[in-house]
Design a protein around this ligand. Structure first.
Ligand code: T3D
Length: 268
């Protein structure tokens, strides 16, 4: 593959009708993260979050990979060992928090290998589709590191402790179809259908009751720590808020009138 020039953006931002497509664009390094890509992705997610016209986000990668985690080329050389805690604090943790806190759904189209932080960033998204040829690799153990970007949080919750330990300690590639069967992702899709399916799903989500979807995201995240009693109280409070949105009114009116709803996504 040709080396990139400094003029090529490391993130492609494509604003569609009601949603935004973000494409990691360092294909010659399997879209591994450098600081520039972190900064561009953070800015694009903040922009998507602030833009009322954007009601869903699609994240994918250019070329044959989705993301190979940290660019290890940035970690060679130097007399002193690098402070990896500092990059986790500055970039990876804020990215996972941004994805989870975004008040609109994030679809991830894993177009190829997702390794290290690249895999766990996919798992932090709301709906993950993967090309049938894609693989997920907790590559950390192979270089003496610990799963980060929420890996030690998401893996046991998604696949249970035995499989989480196997994936993290052995760092073996997990094919997309097994990832679907294990409940790590929503669906494995034929390679040539992946992008169209991901775009269709994102465009659909962008027409749905955005405030309600945001409350669903928040409720499911809160359930990780809450007791049943706490979660029941939270559902009561969230339902109260959802019931005051124009989209709830529209949903009920459309149902009663036997017509398709036209959701605005607005909170008032
Ligand atoms: O450092 C911190 O800030 C802490 C945070 C850490 C977060 C992390 O993500 S740590 C984990 C880092 N990632 C890895 O360890 C994965 C490394 N990559 C691989 O194991 C393999 O590349 C894959 C299994 C992902 C794919 O294998 P394959 O055979 O399909 O492709 P390849 O030939 O290995 O890679 C293609 C090119 O991409 C190659 O470059 P070349 O030889 O064509 O010039 C390769 O060096 C490059 N590449 C792939 N992954 C990375 C990378 N270059 C830099 N960093 C990478 N992570």
């Amino acid at each position: 593959m040709q080396p990139r020039t400094d003029l090529e953006p490391v993130l492609l931002v494509d604003q569609r009708d009601g949603w935004t497509k973000l494409t990691l664009n360092r294909p010659e390094r399997l879209n591994s993260f450098n600081e520039a890509m972190h900064r561009a992705l953070a800015a694009a997610l903040d922009e998507a979050g602030a833009d009322e016209r954007c009601r869903a986000v699609l994240l994918t990668g250019a070329g044959r990979g989705f993301c190979a985690g940290q660019d290890l080329g940035d970690r060679v050389g130097g007399d002193e060992p690098p402070d990896l805690g500092a990059t986790i604090e500055a970039f990876y943790n804020p990215l996972v928090r941004r994805l989870r806190a975004l008040r609109k759904p994030v679809v991830c189209a894993v177009n190829g290998v997702a390794a290290g932080a690249g895999a766990n960033i996919a798992f932090a998204c709301d709906i993950v589709l993967a090309a049938r040829s894609a693989k997920f690799i907790q590559a950390f153990a192979k270089i003496g590191l610990v799963p980060d970007s929420g890996g030690t949080f998401f893996l046991p919750r998604l696949v249970g402790p035995a499989r989480a330990r196997g994936l993290a300690l052995l760092a073996e590639p997990l094919p997309a179809e097994s990832a679907e069967a294990w409940g790590l992702i929503w669906r494995a899709v034929d390679d040539d259908a992946l992008l169209a399916e991901a775009e269709r799903l994102t465009a659909h989500l962008a027409t749905q009751p955005t405030q309600g979807l945001s409350l669903i995201k928040q409720a499911l995240d809160a359930s990780e720590d809450n007791s049943l009693d706490e979660q029941l109280d939270l559902e009561r409070d969230f339902q109260r808020r959802a019931g005051r949105t124009p989209d709830y009114r529209e949903g009920v009116s459309a149902f009663m009138a036997k017509r398709a709803p036209r959701f605005s996504g607005r909170d008032s």
